[in-house]
Structures are given as C-alpha cells and as structure tokens.
Design a protein around this ligand. Sequence first.
Ligand SMILES: Cc1ncc(COP(=O)(O)O)c(C=O)c1O
Length: 383
Amino acid sequence: MSPVRTEDWPRWPPPPTGEQRERLLRVLDGGRWGATSGTETAGFAAAFARTVGAAHGLCTVNGTVALFLALRALGVRAGDEVIVPAYTFVASATAVVLAGASPVVADVTETLHLDPAAVDRLAGPRTTAVLPVHLAGAPADTGALREVADRHGLAVVEDAAQAHGARRYGRSAGGLGDAGCFSFQSSKAMTAGEGGIVVTDDRAVYERLWALHNVGRAVDGGWYDHPELGWNLRMTEFQAAVLRPQLALLDGWIEHRAARAAALARELVAVEGLEPVPVPPGTTRHTWHLAMLRYESGAFGGRSKAEFVAGMAAEGVPLDPGYRSLSREPSLAPHRVRSGPCPVAEAAGESVVWVRQPMLMADDAAMGQIAEAARVVQARFRG
Ligand SMILES: Cc1ncc(COP(=O)(O)O)c(C=O)c1O
C-alpha cells in the first residue's frame, strides 16, 4: 500500500523575496556588515519593537542570548532562582543557567502553559524572576502571572521565541512583561537562520541590554570605555536585512496557518483519540507555530506515542514527538534545579505530538491527509 501522502511538505523558510535579495546585496556591497557600523539592525529592531507595541528593541545573536540578556538587565544574579515552565524548549532553562541563576521548574496547565498557581507555590526568598513561555504561538496567562510576580517581587521575562505576532486580549506577546524575547532561529515564524531580539518599554532596561550585548560600553561612551562587564552578543546586518521584509509577510503567514489549524481541528473530530490541546483563554491571536495534539494510546490499541509517530511518518506525515518535561531533563540536574511536582507536563511528554509550522503552510487537503493517516495507523494498531 502506498503512503497516504507522497508529496513534499512546504519548506521553511519560504523562498526568498526580491526585497530580501536587494537588502542583503545592499549590505554586502555597502561593506558595513556589523551592527556597530550599519543601520539595518537598529532599523529592524525599532520596527519590530513597534509591531509589539514596545518602545525599544535590541537585536542579538539568538533567542537564548536574548533571554540571558533580559534576565541580567532586569537584575537576575548568580545564586538567584528563576521559575520556568516544565513543558518548553530546554533553552528557556539554560538561559537561566547562563545568567548564573538556577531554574525552578513549575508545572503547566492543560494548555501546556506555565501555571500561575504553581509559580505562587514555588516562589521563595531567592526567586527574582519568572519566565513564561508563549508556547506554540499562543500567549501564556500573563495577567495572573503578573499578579503572582508582583506579590513576590519578581521580574517577568517573556519567552516569545515561538510567538511572533501572537496576541492576548489584543495585546502583543513580548509586550506583556518587563521584557520580551524572540528567536529568529531557522524553525521560527520569522527567521534569519539564527538571531534574537529583546523588546522592552523601559529606557533604563534597554540601556543595560545595550551595554551587556556590546562589551559593556555605554550608549554614549567610547569604544574602549567599559563601565560594566559585557560581551559581544550583537546581530549582523545580514540577518537584519533578511528579517526586515518578513515584518510585512508575517500577518499573511499567520492567517494561512490559522485557517489550516481550523481545518485540521475539523478533520480530527472524526478521529477518536487525537485531539487538539486546548488554547489558553484570552488568546486573541494564535500564530500556530505548532498545532499540538493529544494522543490517547487507548484509542490506538495501547500503542505508544513513539510507535504512533513512526506509523504516521511511514504514511508521509512527519509529526514531532515534542518535549520531555524539564523536570525529567538530565542535563539540568547538576544546576541545582528545584522542581515542583509536574504531573501535567510529564503526561504531556508521554502523550502530546506536534504538527509543525511548515506543515501548516500546506493546503486544506493536506490537513485531511493528516487525519486520514491517523485513521490508517489506528486501524493497523487495532488489528
Ligand atoms: C521556547 C523557546 N525558547 C527559547 C528558544 C531559543 O532560541 P534560539 O534557538 O534562537 O537560541 C527556542 C527555540 O529555539 C524556543 O522554542
């Protein structure tokens, strides 16, 4: 029997546009390749910050470093604790380690976003920040998290690596906390292969970010004056040139994926045991970086998630098995990580699969093929 789908899935990033080629060549020919001599990076940072509704933006080498810079600029120091959600990419926690602090792992709600009640329980005397992740393109509950953070005197650093363009009650992800951090790594909704940005409304925080990412220099100081310790964590002009035109394309991409995610949800109604993970209340724009699905092995003859993922791949539908809960991440253990009980994230590690962004750039028929492949695998597993 031939697989349900034999065509290739759309590639990500999409083919370059004329404007991207022109901007890239302008930087190349202009010879100002670094952000300290060119204007492309600062221009992109300002334009991106405007789309988030933030006053300042600062481009950096990647999203992990954006988080590190935001934590340090907001005062996180060696020996501090920062609360992170259990269901996220490991970089949400390794950025905390990079800043010299210890990640404290808190469970998530049924939407797989950070649970404010768990944060409230885990915040202790050494806790100085909380790091909600806007997972899969949907915003975390920054309303309740802000209340908890204020009660415990914590900074709120948003990990919006997966949420360019997402909105909560009409307000943009990344503009809901003290600082918001985005990634432009290859798989992200806007990409330059690598890259990141921090946005903030606070001028003083921006100046600290600027100094930390620019070898400790002051905004108005000399090249060899280093009032504080800092590093070269700057983005190149080439990356900004590739990113700038994507600002005008992002909304169209999000609309396309939202339509496919809706089609997929309709198709999956007919598949027992494969359901969309609920979307957080207050999500007014989901960007569908991922469509997360809960796999019930009982409806598939008791077969494991790994067997299901392999079965789907054989049908031409490459799902992603997603994260393991950070409470079970061995590489974090030596970093004095404290963890609350994480039953929701640990269950998600066993049962949640993802349809990734490039697949959601396909057409409605492709969404039908995902459901069809699941039915074929289910029939096989049930014998
Ligand atoms: C939730 C989350 N946080 C942080 C990062 C780190 O970003 P980067 O790979 O640009 O360092 C990523 C993606 O890679 C991510 O998905």
